[in-house]
Ligand binder design. Structure first.
Ligand code: ZN
Length: 273
């Protein structure tokens, strides 16, 4: 098996501070969380930004400051969100001009909690094209099996190119549930040369991450997906999650990848091509 790539998603877009006051909000706080996780073994940081009051944001200036602060501290692989529910296509695409190593590529439309998350084929084509122009590797987020099929259409038309990297997101209301059967189903329906990662939200976090470790996938942890370190106990710092995953992986002799190794596995920064 390849070494395990741990992604940290420190903040996310939507969880309010009232649910966990430890959420990082400012670029400085986000960069601090990322650096601690990097030191503990995370090799990718999946970044959202927030307004000062903690509300949803796709502020280009905040992305820029966050990326600069992270790059000042370490060489962790930067993965920016393009999800930006409620924001215009242009606002969603603009962070890509910061040329992150990777960015999320949401592979279809769906209900998402109480909202509707729109990713039409037209938008996905624009997204793929802008990523290509900025040399950004898509992290293809799969919430439902039909999204894998969407990627096949986009590949046939030349918008996505092998080898793809998938992130299976299980447990969101509107997407597939965080179960072992669903994870296996998704894993069995992607290309042999693809790489994949998986995580479950909330109580699905530990079960899905541990299955991903055993099945040869990679995984993601962080307050974007889960705000409890154990039942009824709020997590204080993202590094608690990273430490736990690293310990779990080491216990079953699946070593954790450093940034350089993760770049080779994902063919980033000109490596492995
Ligand atoms: Zn995200």
């Amino acid at each position: 098996m390849e070494k395990l790539i741990i992604t940290v998603a420190p903040t996310g877009s939507g969880t309010p501070l009232s649910k966990n006051p430890n959420l990082a909000i400012t670029p400085k706080q986000i960069a601090k969380e990322v650096f601690e996780c990097y030191q503990a073994g995370a090799s990718i940081a999946h970044i959202h930004v927030r307004e000062e009051d903690g509300s949803r944001s796709m502020s280009f200036e905040k992305f820029k400051e966050t990326v600069e602060r992270i790059r000042d501290k370490c060489d962790i692989i930067i993965n920016l969100t393009t999800s930006g529910m409620e924001f215009s296509d242009e606002i969603r695409l603009k962070p890509l001009t910061l040329k992150p190593d990777m960015a999320s590529f949401n592979a279809g439309s769906m209900n998402f909690g109480s909202g509707i998350f729109i990713n039409s084929f037209d938008f996905m084509k624009k997204l793929a094209k802008t990523m290509d122009e900025n040399n950004v590797k898509p992290e293809i987020e799969i919430y439902d099996s039909a999204m894998i099929r969407n990627c096949q259409f986009l590949k046939e038309e030349g918008y996505l190119k092998d080898p793809l990297h998938y992130q299976f997101v299980l447990g969101v209301k509107g997407g597939m549930a965080a179960t072992a059967k669903n994870l296996l189903f998704l894993k069995e329906h992607i290309e042999d040369n693809a790489t994949w990662s998986a995580f479950g939200t909330g109580a699905g976090s530990v079960p899905i991450s541990s299955m991903a470790i055993h099945l040869g996938g990679h995984t993601r942890v962080g307050m974007e997906d889960n705000i409890y370190i154990k039942k009824d106990v709020l997590v204080e710092r993202n590094v608690e999650f990273v430490d736990r995953i690293r310990r779990m992986a080491e216990e079953v002799e699946r070593p954790v990848a450093n940034v350089n190794e993760a770049c080779k596995i994902l063919k980033l920064r000109g490596q492995g091509v």
